[in-house]
Design a protein around this ligand. Structure first.
Ligand code: UQ8
Length: 240
């Protein structure tokens, strides 16, 4: 009994230390997309759950920075925003280009965003006022991103990727569903009409007002990708 117990404890210890060091997702050649795509798929939930040793904070659930914008006549703010869903993203393609020093990643996911919203002005054609809770459910968001990097040596002479900038496209493909409390100071008739309008026009609303939200989430992920790359040499995660 004692021996089995010790064996199990030491297995748990090995597992803990190993996982704390770096998740093993297989070492691919950087430009081998057929190998890299499933490797990223394996790493995605681990990365999004947070890797404290590599300076990566928990990104699913993500505590979003406050967002405020004034776009096409709509003044909108979101506080205490929480984004869920990144852990379960599907990685569609990963392409590393060593000449251009770019990493392109496409992925898709369902997600939800909750938080305290304040809205005023007009949305598309309708006047709006509201101050309450927002629940936004998003089905099948497609994200295509390109990250540029430089390669720099650390004090031990190991090469690291230093991300320099990124750009992305996004498309909410299947649906966006809005739940908003306290629209029009709680007037039920006006509120029901507005919710119906938002949910019927989800595609146009996503295209017109989605970017500041995606921008905010992407900034947080990018900051963590930079910490990760600073802490991990290219050779630790790939054949280079
Ligand atoms: C009144 C009222 C309500 C009005 C309406 C107004 C309103 C609010 C409208 C909103 C409308 C709407 C529908 C909005 C939708 C908003 C959306 C679509 C939100 C989605 C949020 C989201 C999912 C954002 C992600 C954004 C993004 C571009 C992220 C990418 C960031 C970067 C730079 C990533 C780098 C690549 C990456 C993931 C690296 C991590 C990494 C991994 C995983 C890895 O495995 C690995 O090792 C192999 C690495 O090392 C190389 C990694 O770096």
């Amino acid at each position: 009994m004692g021996v089995i117990f010790k064996f199990v404890v030491s297995l748990m210890a090995v597992n803990y230390v190993y996982c704390a060091e770096l998740p093993d997702v297989g070492k691919c050649k950087l430009e081998d997309s057929a190998c890299m795509t499933p490797a990223f798929q394996k790493a995605f939930p681990l990365f999004m759950s947070g890797l404290p040793k590599q300076g990566v904070e928990e990104l699913d659930v993500m505590n979003m920075e406050d967002i405020a914008f004034d776009l096409s006549g709509l003044q909108f703010s979101l506080k205490e925003g929480k984004l869920k869903g990144l852990k379960a993203a599907t990685v569609d393609n990963v392409k590393w280009n060593l000449q251009k020093k770019t990493l392109s990643v496409s992925f898709h996911l369902d997600a939800s965003i909750k938080g305290h919203y304040v809205a005023s002005g007009r949305i598309l054609i309708l006047p709006i006022t509201g101050d309450g809770q927002m629940k936004l459910k998003l089905k099948n968001i497609l994200i295509k991103l390109v990250m540029h990097y430089e390669v720099e040596k650390d004090a031990e002479g190991k090469d690291h990727m230093i991300p320099t900038k990124y750009s992305f496209d996004f498309d909410v493909r299947d649906n966006a569903h809005f739940g908003l409390t306290n629209l029009f100071n709680g007037n039920k008739e006006l509120s029901d009409t507005m919710l119906k309008f938002l949910n019927e026009n989800w595609k146009q609303i996503s295209t017109e007002f989605g970017r500041p939200i995606v921008d905010s989430a992407s900034k947080k992920i990018y900051k963590n990708v930079k910490s990760f790359m600073k802490s991990v040499a290219i050779n630790d995660i790939a054949q280079y």
